[in-house]
Design a protein around this ligand. Structure first.
Ligand SMILES: [Zn+2]
Length: 191
């Protein structure tokens, strides 16, 4: 792997970790949402630091969590951070066309989608979400471990993309798991 690429990816991880620390410490989002940054991101085009795949849960707002402003995060949210074709296409766009180098799959504790998948109840289109999660957590009864297995499952889905796989092999993209704690506000990065 090219050392410059590795350094660049590590710099993004460091920035997210610093942003999360600031969020926890200041209890504010200090991200730049000024008109100047809005105009800059239109004129120069967007160049987000990271793709964040996370749960739609209203208690998990990625820009707040990472003290990020406009143009910094390319966010994909579904209940239970499950990945299907539309989500995968969105990630391919970010890494393939916008040059984003980090894909962070961020689950969280107290995830209702994972809890429902463990209970096995779901009607309508919710059923599709639970059926995506259930095989990944089969046989596991600890809710925290199920949440982690569900993060792993979304990473596995992302790795089904040939485009993303090629970029990982070339060393320009990294896919990383993480878990957000609803009470403390902290993000634990895996690996
Ligand atoms: Zn959730």
């Amino acid at each position: 792997m090219d050392k410059n690429n590795q350094d660049q990816i590590q710099a993004v991880i460091n920035k997210l970790q610093k942003g999360n620390q600031d969020f926890v410490t200041t209890e504010k989002n200090n991200g730049d949402v000024s008109q100047m940054v809005r105009i800059k991101n239109v004129q120069a085009g967007q160049k987000p630091d990271a793709v964040v795949v996370t749960c739609s849960d209203s208690r998990v707002p990625p820009e707040h969590i990472f003290s990020a402003g406009i143009g910094e995060l390319f966010v994909i949210r579904t209940a239970g951070n499950v990945i299907g074709d539309f989500e995968l296409g969105s990630i391919e766009y970010a890494v393939g066309h916008l040059g984003t180098s980090l894909v962070l799959v961020m689950g969280h504790n107290h995830c209702g989608a994972v809890a429902s998948a463990m209970e096995g109840h779901g009607h309508g289109y919710i059923k599709a979400i639970l059926e995506e999660i259930q095989p990944a957590i089969a046989g596991e009864e600890n809710v925290g471990k199920c949440e982690n297995l569900n993060i792993d499952n979304s990473i596995k889905r992302i790795l089904q993309s040939e485009t993303i796989n090629r970029l990982i092999r070339e060393g320009t993209v990294k896919v990383l798991g993480a878990k957000y704690n609803l009470e403390s506000g902290t993000v634990e990065f895996f690996g």
